[in-house]
Design a protein around this ligand. Structure first.
Ligand code: SAM
Length: 231
């Protein structure tokens, strides 16, 4: 396995549910680095315990970015090697990473991605909706800019991928229906976990289902792109 580079920041993807969805390389890197910067050290500790990794962890999340970013960059400049992980999936994808990556690049720190799981691709490839071109929207803005964004996306022709929480999914589905009209969509729930479910349906039926039933778990929502022919 590769030698760990000093003065490098590794961006390491971790599982989105199934603990086996981690690469040999990721485990090796997490074992070898000086420090793991983790979104929630308690969540990451479970993964590390499973793989018998004893590397020290420090917290790096959206609430301590301002303070923690310069501290981590200083350690990198001093020659340490750090792995950045998030609670699940790929850091930087709707998770903290951007501030640290940009601050590290300003100091000529080497950034090394260690690819792996992320929720958007498994949801997309199993959806049955066109995958040749797609746009990842992540979470819609909750308040400011939400309506504008929805209006802008209404004519997007590529397949749309959204992240959403179970508490907001019904509201979002209702608004998508209002702005987009009825379209095919797929709600992928609890990917790689015991209760993984794909609802291959349309926005009207999904909205009716969500009004009738509270859905639990983590969700990726895939929506068919705009088609002038369909209108
Ligand atoms: N960094 C992660 C990634 O690479 O996918 C995303 C982190 S974001 C804070 C969390 C959101 O990702 C969840 O609200 C959900 O929309 C989606 N997600 C994460 N794990 C999932 C899973 N196992 N099944 C479905 N969606 C998931």
């Amino acid at each position: 396995m590769e030698e760990i580079q000093p003065r490098a920041l590794y961006i390491v993807s971790t599982p989105i549910g199934h603990l086996a969805d981690i690469s040999y390389r990721a485990v090796h890197i997490l074992q070898q680095v000086d420090l793991i910067a983790a979104e929630d050290t308690r969540v990451t500790r479970k993964l590390l315990t499973h793989y018998k990794i004893a590397t020290p962890c420090t917290a790096y999340h959206s609430y301590n970015l301002k303070k923690a970013t310069p501290q981590l960059v200083k350690r990198l400049k001093d020659g340490e090697t750090i792995a950045l992980v998030s609670d699940a999936g790929t850091p930087g994808i709707s998770d903290p990473a951007y501030s640290l990556v940009t601050a590290a690049l300003e100091e000529n720190i080497t950034i090394i991605p260690v690819p792996g799981a992320s929720a958007l691709l498994p949801a997309l490839v199993a959806s049955g909706l066109p995958v040749n071109r797609f746009v990842f929207e992540g979470f819609l803005p909750q308040k400011k800019g939400r309506q504008k964004r929805l209006a802008m996306l209404a004519t997007e022709e590529r397949t749309l991928v959204f992240y959403e929480s179970p508490h907001r999914i019904q509201k979002t589905t209702a608004e998508l229906l209002k702005y987009f009209g009825n379209r095919r969509c797929v709600m992928a729930r609890e990917l790689t976990k015991k209760f993984e479910t794909f609802y291959r349906t349309d926005l009207t039926a999904l909205n009716d289902l969500l009004k009738a039933e509270k859905i639990k778990g983590e969700i990726v929502l895939i929506v068919e792109g705009f088609s002038a022919k369909r209108k």
